[in-house]
Design a protein around this ligand. Structure first.
Ligand code: CP3
Length: 348
């Protein structure tokens, strides 16, 4: 909705191209292990996917950082690996090991992905969206999200996390029809997953393409830009007023082509990208989001103040959403997050 009431939310105003002073702020992984109140709720649900699919618990942890800090946005508490799990693919989270998935090696695993089943399994996520939306203060926007098809496909081909996603990159070159079939299924599922979130009350949608940076430029066009452009077009046909934030982490200079060709309303900027380059390169009403180093937030003090002031100096004339360049890490002292918000909100 772009009625004037919704644009009184600073996050939605920035996404609509307005320069906001102070800029809106939220943090990737703002609900997480750095918060004692998160760890307490998490201890009640030993299985991480069951936790994501429990509306009571997911609603509570989504709201915790809003209550504690007063961020401008809440992000739905879930995970980018919920959709492959819902589609029937084996996914589990091992303590201290990260995600473990079944490996996609041929058409059998792809044909087994079942969108009808997925919609029933992820239904609790939509219930969480409805509950969070009803509970949020009026100026706080709710962000829904999904993993972009390439990043989710990369986990499914690899069977888990990886430093370089070599198996997925090899399949994309050597068996493009097979990799394309997997990507096609994921694109369709992602579209439905995001449409349902928006219908349940998400006011902005974010696509996490966390591993986009492992691709060559030509592969980046095929597996990041093209599927994202199709997804954004399909979303916009149904939801003309719901803004989309795309985050192709590690894209480097390909970020410019991503911003120009995908149709997203804003781009997430990772820590390695110079913000002054983004400001120079992207159209002036195009919003950026990022990119404080999560380690500066762990360090706090003068180092953090310097980083934040540097960022604020670059984005003064720009629609911008202050965030980290990647997710907050568990060792972050909660007081440093309060300090970050104080710096942003006291500077003009
Ligand atoms: O607060 C929020 O940002 C919303 C919730 C959210 C989570 N994961 C919760 C989570 C979001 C948006 C994600 C996205 C996500 N998940 C990404 C994309 C962003 C990125 O970090 O690049 C990726 C790649 C994943 C996959 C994933 N989930 C991994 C690799 C791990 C294990 C690593 C780890 O930190 O433990 C997770 C688990 C996960 N997802 C946790 C949280 C809070 C920690 C699990 C726990 O509580 O034990």
């Amino acid at each position: 909705m772009t009625d004037s009431a919704s644009l009184t939310k600073p996050l939605l105003a920035a996404l609509a191209g307005q320069t906001m002073t102070p800029p809106p702020v939220w943090l990737m992984r703002q609900a997480g292990r750095y918060l004692p109140e998160y760890r307490k709720v998490r201890a009640e649900a030993p299985d991480f996917l069951a936790f994501c699919l429990a509306p009571d618990l997911a609603t509570e942890v989504t709201l915790q950082p809003i209550r504690r800090y007063g961020f401008d946005a809440a992000i739905l508490f879930s995970d980018i690996l919920v959709p492959p799990f819902a589609l029937g693919h084996p996914v589990r989270f091992e303590a201290g090991e990260g995600p473990v998935l079944g490996r996609v090696t041929g058409m059998a695993e792809i044909e087994a992905l079942d969108l009808g089943r997925a919609r029933a399994v992820w239904a609790p996520v939509m219930e969480t969206v409805r509950r969070v939306r009803a509970a949020l203060p009026r100026q706080v926007a709710l962000i829904g999200f999904a993993g972009a098809p390439f990043t989710v496909a990369a986990y499914m081909v690899e069977g888990g996390g990886s430093r370089d996603f070599a198996a997925a990159r090899r399949m994309a070159y050597a068996e493009p029809a097979l990799f394309g079939a997997l990507m096609g299924r994921l694109e369709e599922a992602t579209l439905h997953y995001l449409l349902e979130q928006a219908e349940a009350g998400a006011e902005a949608l974010m696509l996490f393409d966390s591993w986009a940076g492992v691709l060559s430029p030509s592969q980046f066009r095929s597996w990041v830009i093209e599927p994202t452009a199709r997804l954004v077009r399909a979303l916009r046909a149904r939801l003309p007023d719901v803004p989309v934030i795309g985050f192709p982490r590690g894209a480097g200079p390909m970020l410019a082509e991503y911003a120009a060709c995908t149709g997203v309303n804003a781009v997430g900027v990772d820590t390695a990208v110079p913000v002054e380059w983004v400001v120079r390169t992207l159209p002036e009403d195009f919003a950026g989001q990022g990119n404080i180093d999560p380690m500066a937030l762990v360090a706090g003090g003068e180092a953090l103040r310097r980083e934040v002031r540097g960022l604020l100096g670059h984005i003064r004339q720009r629609p911008w959403i202050v965030n980290l360049g990647h997710g907050i890490v568990p060792e972050t002292p909660p007081d440093h997050v309060a300090e970050l918000l104080a710096i942003i909100r006291s500077t003009d």
